[in-house]
Design a protein around this ligand. Structure first.
Ligand SMILES: C[S@@+](CC[C@H](N)C(=O)[O-])C[C@H]1O[C@@H](n2cnc3c(N)ncnc32)[C@H](O)[C@@H]1O
Length: 294
């Protein structure tokens, strides 16, 4: 017999672990001990709202239909986000990365900048990226900017596509940016079409490899922390392969890939670390040095 887990929530350890395994298998999201309370609270809330008396009924329904699975998954996601969540990252993006891209790609034909916001939640991250590009990339309108913004949470994506914001999530947006990129309608701020045109939102599960084409920049902030080590490694390797040589990977503050075997160059800029994929010449040079040593 499995023990009742914690005080008074009526779920056994075994039941919780079945749900944990189901979510982990399908999405890579890992609920370790520190997130056990969160998991059991969300499962109870879900069962109450959907009228399930027993976990076995919930599991049966979730395994049978995608609608039931999606609805359970939505409740398990942590989707906290805000505009310009880590100012130091956007400063590095503006002052280091965009000027570098301008130099290396401005005279290329087509003049395209491809960015992936992987785990974009309700859209604040891709819109912050778009604002930074619009305001700081030289001759921004002469570029073909394509931002792919993906998330496994379909409700979050719906809100992202609407692009209507208010309150705390906007606290990182300054007056000038608000005036330039939003239209105020009854105390809410609507993202203007110029930014919206740069972004395509799409549902995507990062645990299932999907071809996205080559990217110049990948932002995957505060997503890897929820994954198992194995998934993290696989995903970082996929990001490496998807990036153009000279491209950058941006991670959240508490996410480090220093112990992983991928060949990113870690660039420390003040408060943040950027991961750069070496150019082909840099990769060849590194290989020659290694051969020389052997
Ligand atoms: C904490 S939010 C981070 C949002 C934004 N990147 C930021 O830093 O503000 C994490 C996001 O990752 C998404 N996510 C979690 N697991 C995922 C998966 N397997 N595939 C795609 N997105 C996932 C969640 O739905 C959520 O929107």
């Amino acid at each position: 017999m499995s023990e009742r887990h914690g005080a008074g929530h009526g779920l056994t350890d075994h039941e919780l672990s079945e749900i944990r395994m189901l979510i982990e298998e399908r999405t890579g999201i890992h609920f370790d001990e520190s997130r056990e309370r969160f998991l059991s609270m969300r499962v109870r809330e879900h069962m109450h709202e959907r009228g399930y008396g027993r976990v076995s009924e919930l599991l049966r329904a979730v395994r049978k239909t995608n609608v039931e699975y999606d609805s359970l998954l939505e409740r398990m996601l942590t989707q906290e986000t805000s505009f310009f969540r880590y100012p130091a990252v956007y400063e590095a993006f503006e002052k280091r990365v965009l000027p570098e891209i301008h130099v290396s790609k401005f005279w290329k034909n087509p003049r395209t900048l491809r960015v992936w916001s992987a785990g974009c939640s309700t859209g604040e991250e891709p819109y912050s990226i778009a604002i930074t590009i619009a305001d700081s990339l030289s001759f921004a309108d002469a570029w073909n900017v394509e931002i792919l913004a993906t998330d496994v949470g379909k409700l979050a994506l719906k809100n992202a596509e609407k692009g209507i914001y208010s309150g705390r999530s906007l606290s990182g947006v300054n007056e000038k940016q608000l005036a330039a990129h939003f239209t105020k309608v009854e105390n809410k701020f609507h993202v203007k079409p110029r930014l919206k045109k740069m972004i395509s939102f799409a549902p995507m599960n990062l645990a299932a490899p999907v071809y996205v084409g080559r990217m110049d920049l990948i932002f995957c902030m505060n997503v890897l922390i929820y994954f198992t080590e194995e998934r993290r490694r696989a995903l970082v390797q996929r990001f490496y392969e998807a990036l153009e040589p000279g491209g950058y990977l941006f991670l959240g503050h508490s996410e480090s890939i220093s112990k992983m075997p991928v060949k990113f160059q870690a660039i420390v800029l003040g408060d943040c670390i950027l991961y750069r994929k070496p150019t082909v010449q840099e990769q060849q040079k590194a290989e020659l040095v290694t051969e020389g040593r052997a």
